[in-house]
Design a protein around this ligand. Structure first.
Ligand code: MLT
Length: 327
C-alpha cells in the first residue's frame, strides 16, 4: 500500500510540473518580437530602442528585433503597429512625436488614443540646439542674429513633421519670430551626417545623438533644452540661461502595442522593461548620452497612457497657434 501511494504521489508531481512547463511553454513570448522604430537606423530613437530591446530580450527569453520604419515624422511606423496583429509580437518605441502628430496631422491613419495599448515610459531625453562647426556665431544670441540676417538661406534639418527635431525647430523659429528653411530627413541619424558635412546649417536634436559630436567638437552647440545643465555637457548653457526659456522641452519615450494585445503580453513586456530600466549598464550608457532611465514607477501602462493624454492636450494649442499642419 505504501509503495502504491509513493508511486501515485510521484506520478501526480510529474504531471503537475509537466502542466506548468506546458503552461509556461505556451505562455508569451513563444517567438521573436519585432520592435518598430519610426525613424532611420543610427539615430537617437534607434539608439534607445536597441539598448532597451537587447536587455528586454534576455528577460523575456526571446529576441526583440528592431525594425526601422522611417518617414512622415514617425507616423508611418506608428501606423504599421496600429494595424499589426494584436498578439503582442509587434511593439512600437516612439517619443513625444506620438502626441504632437495627433494635432499636426489632421488625416492621421490611426486614432492615437484608440489604436494602441501601453507598456510603459522609457526615458526623457533633452535636446541640443546645434549648428555646423563653421557657423559664424559663438553663442545663441549670435546664432539668432545670423539666422535673422540670413533667413532666406539658413537651413534647419529635421526628421519630418511630427519629429522631436521638428518640434524643437518649431519652438526655435517661433521663439525668434523668424521662419527658416526646413530640410526633412527620415531621421536625425542621416541629418547629422549632412550637418557634419556642412550641407545644412542648424539642427535641434536629442543628446542621445549629439553628445559625442559635441564632445568631439564636430558641431557647435548653443543650448540644451533641459531645466539644468547636463553633467556630460557642462559647457553648454540651458535655453533659459541662453535667453530662450520657451524652448525648454524633454523628449519622453514609451513602448506601445496594437490595441487588444493580450494582458499577459503587456504584463511581461512591462515587467521586462522595468528590469531593463533598473539595469546598471543601461543606466551608465544612458548617462553617457545625457539622459537617464524613467523611474520604475513610470514603466507601467497607466503612466504612459497618462503621459500621452496630457501631452496631446499640452501641444494642441501650441500647434494650432503656429498653424503648421502636415496635411
Ligand atoms: C530619430 O530617431 O531620428 C529622431 O528621434 C527623430 C526626431 O524625432 O527628431
Amino acid at each position: 500500500m505504501k509503495i502504491l501511494n509513493a508511486v501515485l504521489g510521484a506520478t501526480a508531481l510529474a504531471a503537475l510540473s509537466l502542466v506548468s512547463a506546458v503552461a509556461n511553454a505556451a505562455g508569451y513570448p513563444e517567438r521573436q518580437i519585432t520592435m518598430i522604430v519610426p525613424f532611420a537606423a543610427g539615430g537617437p530613437t534607434d539608439t534607445v530602442a536597441r539598448l532597451v530591446a537587447e536587455n528586454m530580450s534576455k528577460t523575456l527569453g526571446q529576441q526583440i528585433v528592431v525594425e526601422n520604419v522611417g518617414g512622415a515624422g514617425g507616423t508611418l511606423g506608428a501606423a504599421r503597429v496600429a494595424n499589426a496583429d494584436k498578439d503582442g509580437y509587434t511593439v512600437l518605441l516612439h517619443h513625444i512625436g506620438m502626441a504632437t502628430s495627433d494635432s499636426l496631422y489632421r488625416k492621421l491613419p490611426y486614432k492615437t488614443l484608440e489604436a494602441f495599448d501601453y507598456v510603459g515610459l522609457v526615458t526623457d531625453v533633452p535636446m541640443t540646439l546645434l549648428a555646423r562647426k563653421d557657423m559664424p556665431a559663438n553663442d545663441l544670441k549670435g546664432l539668432v542674429e545670423y539666422a535673422k540676417a540670413n533667413k532666406d538661406k539658413v537651413t534647419v534639418a529635421n526628421a519630418g513633421i511630427g519629429a522631436a527635431s521638428h518640434l524643437c525647430g518649431m519652438l526655435f523659429m517661433s521663439s525668434i519670430q523668424t521662419a527658416l528653411v526646413t530640410v526633412p530627413y527620415k531621421g536625425t541619424g542621416p541629418a547629422m551626417t549632412d550637418l557634419l558635412g556642412g550641407q545644412v546649417d542648424i539642427m535641434c536634436d536629442q543628446t542621445t545623438n549629439t553628445t559625442k559630436q559635441i564632445q568631439g567638437g564636430t558641431v557647435k552647440a548653443y543650448a540644451v533644452t533641459s531645466p539644468a545643465r547636463l553633467d556630460v555637457l557642462k559647457d553648454v548653457p540651458t535655453v533659459k540661461e541662453a535667453g530662450l526659456p520657451q524652448m525648454e522641452v524633454g523628449i519622453w519615450h514609451g513602448i506601445y502595442t496594437p490595441k487588444g494585445a493580450p494582458k499577459e503580453a503587456l504584463d511581461k513586456l512591462s515587467g521586462a522593461l522595468k528590469v531593463a530600466l533598473a539595469d546598471k549598464n543601461i543606466g551608465a550608457r544612458f548617462a553617457e548620452l545625457g539622459t537617464k532611465p524613467s523611474p520604475e514607477s513610470d514603466a507601467t501602462p497607466a503612466a504612459l497612457k497618462a503621459k500621452l493624454e496630457s501631452e496631446i492636450a499640452r501641444w494642441k494649442p501650441v500647434i494650432e497657434a503656429a498653424g503648421q499642419y502636415a496635411d
